[in-house]
Ligand binder design. Structure first.
Ligand code: HEM
Length: 462
């Protein structure tokens, strides 16, 4: 346990060594410790610099939206991811560079392309179900986390590259997985530095070289070719920009790597958490099944069904509250500021954890409980403290997730289509400990017995 010790002004300060140890061992615990302080603001010396930890949703909203011009992403967590995600939009510091990239990428994620993304998702879900139907009806032991990674890689590959997860793309995905794990470890233990040729560092560099070479080859093969059927139209504007002398081929390559990672990893873990929570909460699972039977009656979900699949959406929202895959966020102050009466000097790094903020007992009753009703759009069961900004799984303000609408639709389609036909029994030890690395995911995957649903209440599609 780390106790706030020396007050600096009104800001609690945590001892450096203890904070670093806790960050390595239990980063979520470190944020929870800070949140339990008097006003949820604390100074922590971490990762070689002094950081200000905040927890209050109003302060987070202020930084991300109300005063966003004073903050950029030149902060340790994003800088640590740069050897991995290169110069892409996700880790761009901000300013003109970010704006140009955002304007290039954003149109591909406009709502008008949602039907296309939904089509890709529906086809990929059909493939997943076809795979699952080869399992015995009595149940198959699978790692659900891996199943969801396969699904979301299929979706990301088809929508970004217009190709299936075969050959090169599978290789990119494997290397990215390894590199993500490496970067997460490196963030918690940044020694020896990357330029030192240790075995792990060399492996990382080799994996990233392969990812870059393979992505560059895909970009080259698409140059001058028409946008492949089913793709969201992301590649064409990027390539046109390169021809016009805007982005370099290396930047386009990095953009695709970043989007592929941001798109498939976040969605895979979100779906895994949904499944875990449903398996642990039979009443919620039963209510979901009732909705699916009445709205879908056995056929797969489509974009047109999403309006009627209200409980499905509540399940996804509540899963993202309890397990926000982007569990840590940071910003650097460009100029001095004041937050909750605390002076924030220029250059200070602010950090917060949506995982901890989303479980604040001042906002949520029984915050650790899975209760999708909290998000009922009609207000039945909605929390008194609920506000639009108390849960922000996709961030807020100009740097909010570019893929938020797509990801929400894809998550709802996947939960509805898969949960209608399958249910699972958890096999590993519960409750599962979340691992807070680059994203929040179950530490040892999600081993389940995947069973095809039976019974007259479920009309199973042929
Ligand atoms: C459940 C799925 C997803 C979640 C929970 C999620 C969450 C987030 C969050 C919280 C941020 C803001 C980070 C910050 O402000 O520091 C973000 C940014 C971003 N996300 Fe997502 N995301 C998801 C899916 C996707 C998808 C499908 C894509 C695209 C294929 C995507 C692409 C991006 C990009 C490019 C940014 C950076 C935007 C910018 O800085 O302008 N994400 N995401």
């Amino acid at each position: 346990m780390v106790r706030p010790r020396t007050p600096i002004g009104q800001t609690a300060r945590l001892p450096t060594v203890a904070a670093f140890r806790l960050f390595r061992r239990d980063p979520l615990g470190l944020f929870a410790e800070v949140a339990s302080g008097p006003d949820g603001v604390a100074r922590v010396d971490l990762l070689g610099r002094s950081m200000v930890f905040i927890t209050d949703p109003d302060h987070v909203r202020y930084v991300l939206k109300d005063n966003h011009r004073n903050y950029d992403k030149n902060a340790p967590i994003y800088n640590a991811a740069r050897p991995f995600l290169g110069e892409g939009l996700t880790v761009s510091h901000g300013g003109e560079d970010w704006l140009r990239r955002r304007r290039l990428v954003q149109p591909a994620f406009h709502r008008q392309h949602l039907p296309m993304a939904a089509d890709v998702t529906e086809n990929c879900l059909a493939d997943t179900l076809a795979d699952w139907r080869t399992y015995p009806d009595s149940g198959a032991e699978v790692d659900f986390s891996l199943e969801m990674t396969r699904l979301t890689m299929r979706i990301a590959c088809r929508s970004l590259f217009g190709v299936d997860v075969v050959g090169d793309v599978a290789q990119i995905a494997r290397n990215l997985d390894f590199a993500a794990g490496f970067v997460a470890e490196f963030l918690a233990r940044p020694f020896p530095p990357l330029f030192v040729p240790t075995r792990r560092n060399r492996e990382f560099r080799r994996a990233m070289r392969q990812v870059r070479d393979l992505t560059a080859a895909i970009v080259r093969s698409r140059t001058g070719a028409a946008e492949p059927a089913g793709a969201t139209g992301l590649l064409s504007p990027l390539l046109t920009d390169t021809e016009a002398g805007g982005s370099t081929p290396g930047q386009v390559r990095d953009e695709l790597i970043g989007l592929f990672f941001a798109g498939h990893e976040t969605l895979a873990h979100t779906l895994t958490w949904c499944w875990y929570l449903l398996a642990r909460n039979p009443a919620a699972d039963a209510r979901l099944r009732t909705e699916l039977t009445s709205v879908l009656g056995g056929r797969p979900a489509t974009l047109a069904d999403l309006g009627a699949l209200r409980y499905t959406r509540m399940v996804v929202d509540e899963a993202m509250r309890l397990y926000p895959v982007v569990w840590i966020m940071m910003r650097r102050a460009l100029g001095p500021d004041v937050i909750a009466g605390h002076r924030i000097p220029a250059g200070a790094v602010l950090a917060w954890s949506p995982y901890v903020g989303n479980r604040d007992p001042r906002v949520w009753s029984e915050p650790d409980e899975f209760r999708p009703e909290r998000f009922d759009p009609d207000g039945n069961g909605r929390e008194a403290g609920y506000s639009r900004h108390s849960v922000i799984p996709f961030g807020l303000g100009p740097r909010a997730c570019v893929g938020a609408d797509f990801a929400t639709a894809e998550a709802c389609l996947a939960v509805a289509t898969l949960a209608q036909e399958y249910q699972s029994v958890l096999l590993g030890r519960t409750p599962i400990r979340p691992e807070a690395s680059l994203t929040l995911h179950p530490r040892d995957g999600l081993p389940v017995l995947l069973r095809r649903r039976t019974g007259h209440d479920v009309a199973v599609a042929p």
